[in-house]
Write a protein that binds this ligand. Sequence first.
Ligand SMILES: NC(=O)c1ccc[n+]([C@@H]2O[C@H](COP(=O)([O-])OP(=O)(O)OC[C@H]3O[C@@H](n4cnc5c(N)ncnc54)[C@H](O)[C@@H]3O)[C@@H](O)[C@H]2O)c1
Length: 360
Amino acid sequence: MQNIGSETSKGYVLVTGGAGYIGSHTVVELINANYVPIVIDNLNNGYVEALNRIEVITGFRVEFHKIDLMNEVALSQLFDIRPITMVIHFAGYKSVTESVSKPLSYYDNNITGTLNLLKVMQAHNVKNIVFSSSANVYGNAETVPITEDLRHAATNPYGRTKMFVEAILKDQCISDAEWNCILLRYFNPVGAHPSGLIGEDPHDIPNNLVPYITQTAIGKREFLSVFGGDYETPDGTGIRDFIHVVDLARGHIAALDHISKNPGCVAYNLGTGRGYSVLEMVAAIGRAAGKDVPYKIVDRRPGDIGVSYADPSKAQRELGWKAVYNQNDMCEHAWKWQSMNPNGYRDAINNELYGAFRIH
Ligand SMILES: NC(=O)c1ccc[n+]([C@@H]2O[C@H](COP(=O)([O-])OP(=O)(O)OC[C@H]3O[C@@H](n4cnc5c(N)ncnc54)[C@H](O)[C@@H]3O)[C@@H](O)[C@H]2O)c1
C-alpha cells in the first residue's frame, strides 16, 4: 500500500480515462513508481471493475471520480480539492471507423474535452501534461521506420483530433514557458497485464486486431477477417508495430519522470521498432491458446498501407525508455486475459472477490 502524501511519494497525478485499457495499465505502473493516481472517467468505454482489480494487483485503492471532461465545473471542483501537479490525458474516443461516421462527436469529445481540461489546469496553475497521441497523426506514411519529424498527414477525423490537440498543446507551451507537454504517439498497443486481471475490453465492436483474434480463438467469433493478403510483405498481410500495453504504460512513467527536466512540448514515438504481420500475430495467439485460429483473407481496407513501424530511438535516448516485452509475451498475456475473462469485466461485476467499488 502506498504512503500517500509521504516524502517518498512523487505527487498526485490526474489520469483522465484511467478506467480504460491503456489508462488502467498506466495506473498500475504509476502506483509501482510511487506516484499517487487520481482517476476520472465517464465510463463510456471504461470499467470501475478495472479499478477494483488494480487494487488486487497493487494493494492500493485508487481514488475515482465519475467525471465527464465535458463538465468543466465538476473538473474544476476536483482540482480545487486535490493537490494535482501533473495530468496524463487518455480520455477520448478512439475508433477510426466510428470517427468517419460521427466526426462532430469525435471533434467535440476529443477537442472540447481537452480544451476544458487545459482551461481548468491553467486556472489551477497545473502545467504538466502527458498526452495520448497516436501514430495515426502520420497518416499513411510510405517510409519506415517512422520518425517523429515526419509530416503530419492524418487521413480520418480521429487522427485529426490527435493532430489538432497536439497543435493546441504546442501553442499553449509557446504562450507560457511554464507549461510542459509530452506527446506520446502510440503505435499498436496490445496484450494485457501479466496477471490476466486487467486487459482490453471494448464496450462495443473491437477497434484493434488482437481482441478480434483472441475472441475468435475463444469461439466468440467464427473466423477472423484478415484485410488484404497481397501486400508486398513476406506473407502478404500487413505489418504493424505492436507494443505490449505494460511497456506503453511504463513509457508514461518515463515521460512524467522527465517532464520537468524537459520544458516545452516534445513528441515521442512509443513502439518497439519491429513489425509483425497479421498472420504472425494470429499464429502467436494460436500457440498461446493451443489451437488454430480460423481466418479468411478478404479485400484490403481502403487507405490501409502494407508496412508501418516506429523508430522509437528518440524515446530511448531522451526518456531512457525502451520496450522490453516480446511478441510471445504480448500474445500470451492477451490470451491469458481473454481466457480468464471470456466476457471481459462483465463476468466479474458481481464477483465478491473484488466487491463493489464506491464512486465518490
Ligand atoms: N488503443 C489504441 O490502439 C490507441 C492507439 C493510439 C492512441 N490511443 C489513445 O490512447 C487513449 C486511451 O486509449 P484506450 O485504448 O485506453 O481507450 P479506452 O476507450 O479504453 O480508454 C479511454 C477512456 O476514456 C474515457 N472517456 C472517453 N471520453 C471521455 C470523457 N469525455 N470524459 C471522461 N472520460 C472519457 C472512456 O470511458 C475510456 O475509459 C485514447 O486517447 C486513444 O485515442 C489508443
